[in-house]
Design a protein around this ligand. Structure first.
Ligand code: ZN
Length: 461
């Protein structure tokens, strides 16, 4: 009894000692020289940026269920192996297969005007021959409720200016449910974007089991405003709308994994990356190929420098986020039992990095915060902050693992490109991409190497 008590005390004291020495002085002395090496290599290397360009330009947009996505995945796996990453492999994931068809929207009265239109992901098709109806413009759900008597048999148009993504996206996400409840036969949403250059932005929508399903899509700011001004003059615009789309049976796709095995606690995992799927527009350069290719690039650079941290760094490219979030769910089902010291996702666009975020125990966060001066070598505005998270890592975080993410300073540009034809490779600035890559490589190298017992801070659910 006495012997085991002494043993336990020794263990407790050694853990206390381990954590006690991890202060800012320790972190800076140990990791600043390593970070300087990583940063100088990343900032002068164009190979990862070229890989990003190749994936975007050669394979194209990558909606789940598409041949494009599978072609991209096959090429990435081959090249990750060529780059010498450890344990490069794919995990099976069944993903949704929604396909866009012919789309046409014409204002037929008071004058004939072709309106660019996109169905939202998951929308049902319009009936054969399309829909011809009067338009009712509303500026929110309250306005729709107030005009309920007018909505029956009409195409409801939500004309709600963009203040922020969370506020604007609800009309895309659940707009069809509210419009159908009011008696509308289709609904359209002003694109979720702050900018007006006749761009149209798609995204995910949902139906409710108990409410009739109606076709739901997006139009540009200009056309939503035109319809609004006509209605405000007492003129009811008329429209003919065709949105052909189809939900096919789920198909097999893959999460992609590649590692740098840890040299001391290899069984402990730091998983990080982004989602490799994207909408069927543009080439998903910002959303979210940049994060995927940079996570591979971070491991490649560390390998080239001969740097291996104590724990295993695992690049993960989740197969399906945009229209089903199946990649993250499958990852948690397949790997939730492996001890993850951290799951980390970057899905906020590729601009200058502004924050490396961690959602974890507050005393652990205080230790992680100490790496901030090192990250400022990459970009002076870069901070370590709390509130990390993301759709793909959500299922692992719900199991109790700490979650992290990279935020970027988009200066209002992200939602100009997001989910539209303009999310393409030339929008990615070489230096900003490499700064993001360096932010992940440095912060996650340090995380993976710190002499800390992470599982002291993790309560598994
Ligand atoms: Zn995304």
């Amino acid at each position: 009894m006495k012997k085991s008590f002494i043993l336990i005390m020794m263990l407790v004291l050694s853990v206390m000692y381990l954590n006690a020495q991890v202060n800012q002085e320790f972190i800076i002395n140990k990791y600043k020289p390593i970070a300087e090496k990583i940063i100088s290599k990343v900032m002068s290397d164009s190979s990862s940026y070229k890989n990003l360009g190749y994936v975007c330009d050669v394979f194209g947009h990558r909606l789940s269920g598409s041949e494009n996505l599978e072609n991209a995945i096959r090429w990435i796996v081959k090249e990750m192996k060529n780059d010498g990453l450890d344990n490069v492999r794919t995990d099976s994931v069944m993903v949704p297969h929604w396909v866009r068809g012919k789309e046409e929207c014409i204002m037929t009265s008071p004058w004939k005007h072709k309106i660019p239109v996109l169905a939202f992901g998951g929308s049902i098709s319009t009936p054969k021959g399309g829909i011809k109806a009067k338009v009712l413009v509303v500026n929110g759900f309250d306005d729709l409720a107030a005009k309920k008597d007018l909505a029956k048999g009409r195409i409801v148009v939500y004309n709600v200016p963009f203040k922020n993504y969370g506020q604007a996206v609800q009309f895309r996400f659940v707009g069809a449910i509210n419009a159908a409840q009011a008696g509308a036969i289709a609904s359209l949403t002003r694109s979720v974007t702050p900018q007006n250059l006749v761009s149209v932005h798609t995204g995910m929508m949902v139906y409710a089991d108990t409410v009739e399903k109606i076709p739901h899509g997006a139009i540009s700011i200009e056309d939503a405003e035109l319809l609004q001004r006509l209605q405000d003059r007492g003129i009811s615009p008329e429209m003919s709308l065709t949105l052909e789309s189809e939900s096919l049976p789920d198909v097999l796709s893959y999460n992609v994994l590649g590692e740098l095995r840890g040299n001391e606690k290899a069984e402990e995992i730091i998983a990080f990356g982004g989602h490799i799927d994207g909408w069927d527009l543009g080439t998903g350069a910002h959303d979210d190929a940049s994060a995927c290719i940079a996570s591979w690039g971070a491991i490649k650079i560390l390998k080239d420098l001969g740097l291996a941290p104590k724990r295993t760094l695992r690049s993960v490219m989740w197969a399906n986020e945009e229209n089903g979030a199946r990649g993250g769910k499958a990852y948690a089902a397949q790997h939730g039992d492996e001890p993850h010291a951290l799951v980390f996702e970057w899905d906020s666009g590729c601009f200058a990095p502004s924050a490396v975020r961690f959602t974890c125990d507050s005393s652990l966060f205080q230790i992680l915060k100490q790496m901030e001066p090192i990250l400022k070598l990459i970009n002076k505005d870069l901070v370590v902050d709390n509130r990390g998270g993301g759709v793909d890592i959500g299922p692992m975080m719900r199991l109790g693992y700490p979650g992290g993410s990279l935020s970027t300073n988009d200066q209002g540009k992200y939602f100009v490109y997001h989910h539209s034809d303009s999310d393409t490779f030339e929008k990615i600035v070489f230096e900003e991409y490499n700064q993001c890559l360096a932010a992940m490589a440095v912060s996650l190298y340090i995380y993976a190497d710190l002499p800390i017992d992470y599982f002291k801070y993790i309560k598994k659910n």
